[in-house]
Write a protein that binds this ligand. Structure first.
Ligand code: GDP
Ligand code: CA
Length: 319
């Protein structure tokens, strides 16, 4: 079985861990979001790729869901003592090593996809992890606060401001000219089906879909998604702030509508959302209600298994 998964950070990584348990023999290719990438202290940081790599490779800080386990922050403290900005992005000492290796390889001329492969040699995530593109794409957020209307980097809005100023727009800058990384379209083409984990629909999956060619390639496939919204609220994080920015309601049905029936073949909603699920115009999407909380390894495996089962069922119908 060949499966392609589009993934952001925590929601994507945890789902992937469940998928590996649910389908241990499947060949899984992960197309990772790089719109959250940021240059800090001269280093290239790829938070979503690293969250996937550390989670599947056994190096993640489990409680936090991002960053390294057994981490220290001496370098961050020393940088702050020099007054070097920014101080709001938490890079630990172990994590710094990843960004140093990545930056060195990029500076030597390797594309991000090859650098990611090299980093994964160490972590052995058990999936093929490919960035959505080797080109620079950066998610920017337009806000209007006491300092006036301006566009800021997604991480400044998300991490520094905790999305406290409403986003007027969220744009993946550079996406229009970006090309899918080598292997992305081929993996989609060869996949038996594609899964969308409960990653942020706007700044994780939406950003991946904004790379020309990816959405079109998916239209030929059975695509099954998992709702990141349960009972009208994101499970963690501030996905509601991203959805409002693009005029989409924070509900499982509205997110399905945002992806649209041309893309989505199947949609898993939370058990409690099942009875209320109405979706005018989305009748072609097969909706199933399941427990969607990835609260422990078994629940996470069962969720991924439900997504695989629905995808197998639907791809059988279309074959
Ligand atoms: P990020 O890049 O680290 O923000 O992570 P993602 O984009 O991959 O995922 C963030 C999304 O995952 C949020 O919108 C959450 O609502 C969703 N999420 C996190 N944990 C769970 C869970 O246990 N179940 C479901 N259904 N969604 C979850
Ligand atoms: Ca992210």
């Amino acid at each position: 079985m060949k499966i392609v998964v589009l993934a952001g950070g925590i929601g994507g990584a945890r789902f992937l861990r469940g998928l590996k348990a649910a389908a241990p023999d499947a060949e899984v290719t992960v197309i990772g979001n790089t719109g959250d990438d940021i240059h800090l202290f001269g280093l290239k940081v790829c938070p979503d790729l690293d969250t996937v790599m550390y989670t599947l490779g056994g190096g993640i800080n489990e409680e936090q869901g991002w960053g390294r386990a057994d981490e220290a922050f001496k370098v961050k403290e020393e940088l702050a003592a020099y007054g070097v900005e920014p101080t709001w992005f938490g890079l630990g000492d172990r994590d710094f090593a990843t960004h140093i290796v990545r930056t060195q390889m990029l500076d030597a001329g390797y594309p991000l996809s090859q650098v990611t492969e090299a980093l994964c040699d160490r972590w052995q995530p058990g999936v093929r992890l490919i960035p959505m593109t080797d080109d620079r794409v950066e998610t920017h957020v337009v806000i209007d606060d006491e300092r006036g209307k301006r566009a800021i980097h997604f991480q400044e809005w998300w991490v520094k401001m905790r999305a406290s100023s409403p986003a007027l727009a969220i744009t993946p800058v550079g996406a229009d000219e970006a090309k899918p990384a080598p292997g992305v379209l081929k993996a989609i083409e060869e996949a038996d089906f594609v899964l969308l984990p409960p990653s942020n629909p706007v700044v994780s999956i939406g950003t991946i879909l904004s790379i020309p060619g990816i959405r079109d390639a998916l239209k030929a496939k059975t695509v099954v998604g998992v709702s990141p919204i349960i009972g009208g609220a994101p499970v963690r994080g501030m996905a509601d702030a991203c959805l409002s920015a693009i005029g989409v309601e924070t509900s499982a049905a509205a997110v399905a509508g945002f992806y649209g029936p041309a893309l989505l073949s199947g949609w898993l909603v939370a058990t409690e959302d099942g009875p209320h699920f109405t979706s005018p115009g989305l009748e072609d999407i097969a909706v199933r209600a399941r427990p969607l909380l990835m609260s422990d390894p078994e629940a996470t495996r069962a969720l991924a298994a439900a997504a695989v089962d629905l995808a197998v069922e639907l791809s059988g119908e279309s074959a």
